[in-house]
Design a binder for this molecule. Structure first.
Ligand code: GTP
Ligand code: MG
Length: 458
């Protein structure tokens, strides 16, 4: 933490501009040794005024040749990304030129940063909490408008603040118990008020609510898995291509065309999906088809929504349906090729009438919009995006589960008249678990794990 780090902060390859970032106590002195206002002669800048963009040139310190024409942005700590002295150099973006500038910076005493080290310094210097640091990675990885919205809410500190509120309520309760433990003779025996007990129950409820929000919304990051399945030749690949609006799967009149599952990302109204086209499921002796059908079944098991396809005129049997679709899965019944035989649709029995049905013609591109809308409705029915701006990630969820478990133990202990010392231990566990979310009590392992997933320069 006492040294100065540097890295190329923009992606490799050609582009408009590329940014080199330097952070640490020597950032300003390094900048003054390689940056000059004039291209003809090197002129050391005595004072780099903070937050003022300067135009100039980067020099090779040995040969005194100009490496690039740049903009230089000095930011004095703590008013910077890392809360340390930071220099950002906007150079031309080419792999060679950026490396040349970076090498110059390193030769003047900076060290190449590790992945996520700039953000880690922002966290260690307490400019941001751990949830905000994680949100930086989420913003970079966001694949949909909603994922970006939630990441932005987290970077503004919403989740961190909510967790902090819960922790503070528990800390208050704990201090009440501890007074009793430390000075048993001076104060009345420990009897939490109704209000205090209600407080614990409220915190527990909140933990459970956030866990539920994680479960409801985690698909926003990974994408909801949708698998198209059905008999050979019903038009699964044709539907796949219509959904994606591009020729991704091979379509032929020959049954058994698709063998390997074909997977592709799709965004519907800002919600990310992963759509899979699979081999037609039927009885066969063809070894390749058999393997394809096994893979299709694996995808069906792992998917969140199944598009079960049929043709008009074909028979719907419960036995076949139940063999393919696991109990409790979200299903949409898709009847394709309505251009051929509109009247004669497969009849669903009473038991399956609740399944949404959509009639389409993949060939004529009919009914695809309605199907997309049904897929969307089925996915986000339970999630109120406006009301829940706080979406914990998997790490937060695990910490919340631990916090909730300790709180349940504490509440049960209160009912059974458990000793104050044991009660204090449970409450303390809960406080510490919540602290790992914001980073207050996060171990080095947790920190390393989080920041090693960042890119270099962030
Ligand atoms: N008339 C009509 N033909 C269609 C429609 N959708 C697909 N087809 C035709 O049906 C045939 C099979 O289409 P595919 O999309 O390859 O069917 P599939 O279910 O992927 O078939 P397999 O991969 O072999 O299981 C092709 O000749 C398509 O042109 C439709 O809506 N109407
Ligand atoms: Mg196919």
């Amino acid at each position: 933490m006492n040294d100065t780090i540097a890295a190329i902060a923009t992606p490799f390859g050609s582009g408009g501009i590329g940014v080199i970032r330097i952070s640490g106590p020597d950032a300003f002195s390094i900048a003054s040794k390689l940056f000059s206002k004039r291209k003809s002669r090197f002129e050391t800048l005595e004072n780099l005024e903070s937050h003022k963009v300067r135009h100039g040139y980067i020099f090779d310190n040995k040969t005194m040749a100009v490496i690039d024409e740049v903009l230089l942005i000095p930011m004095k700590g703590p008013s910077s990304y890392t809360a340390e002295d930071v220099i950002e150099i906007q150079a031309h973006s080419g792999t060679f030129v950026l490396r040349a500038v970076l090498e110059e910076v390193l030769s003047l005493g900076a060290r190449l940063s590790e992945p996520g080290e700039f953000t880690k310094r922002a966290f260690i210097n307490q400019r941001i909490d751990l949830t905000q640091a994680e949100a930086v990675a989420d913003i970079i990885a966001a694949k949909s408008a909603n994922a970006l919205k939630f990441a932005m809410s987290q970077i503004l500190g919403t989740l961190g603040e909510k967790i902090q509120e819960l922790r503070e309520r528990l800390i208050q309760f704990l201090s009440h118990i501890e007074v009793n433990i430390d000075f048993p003779d001076d104060v009345a025996p420990f009897h939490p008020s109704e209000n205090e007990i209600q407080g614990l129950t409220d915190v527990l409820e909140k933990c459970r609510e956030y866990i539920k929000q994680h479960n409801d919304a985690c698909f926003l990051k990974e994408g909801i898995r949708v698998t198209i399945c059905g008999a050979p030749n019903v038009g699964k690949s044709s539907l796949m291509n219509r959904l994606l609006e591009k020729d991704r799967s091979i379509i032929t009149p020959i049954p058994g065309t698709t063998r390997d599952p074909v997977e592709e990302g799709l965004n519907i109204d800002g919600v990310p999906f992963v759509i899979t086209d699979t081999a037609g499921i039927h009885q066969t002796d063809d070894l390749v088809e058999i393997i394809g059908i096994e893979k299709a079944k694996d995808h069906i098991t792992a998917s969140d929504i199944i598009l079960y396809m049929k043709e008009p005129g074909s028979v719907f049997t419960e036995r076949e349906f139940e063999k393919i679709v696991p109990l409790g899965k979200k299903v949409i019944f898709v009847v394709n090729k309505i251009d051929i035989n509109e009247g004669n649709l497969p009849q669903l029995s009473e038991k399956y009438l609740h399944i949404p049905t959509v009639e389409i013609s993949a060939l004529l591109n009919k009914g695809i919009k309605e199907l997309k809308q049904k897929i969307l409705n089925l996915s986000i029915a339970e999630l109120d995006m406006e009301k829940s701006p706080v979406i914990p990630n998997l790490r937060h969820k695990k910490a919340l589960e631990q916090a909730a478990e300790s709180l349940e133990a504490a509440l049960a202990g209160l009912e059974n008249g458990q000793a104050e010392e044991l009660l204090a231990i449970d409450i303390k566990h809960s406080i510490d678990s919540l602290g790992t979310i914001t980073g207050e009590t996060a171990s080095l392992d947790i920190l390393d794990n989080i920041f090693s997933n960042f890119c270099i320069g962030k």
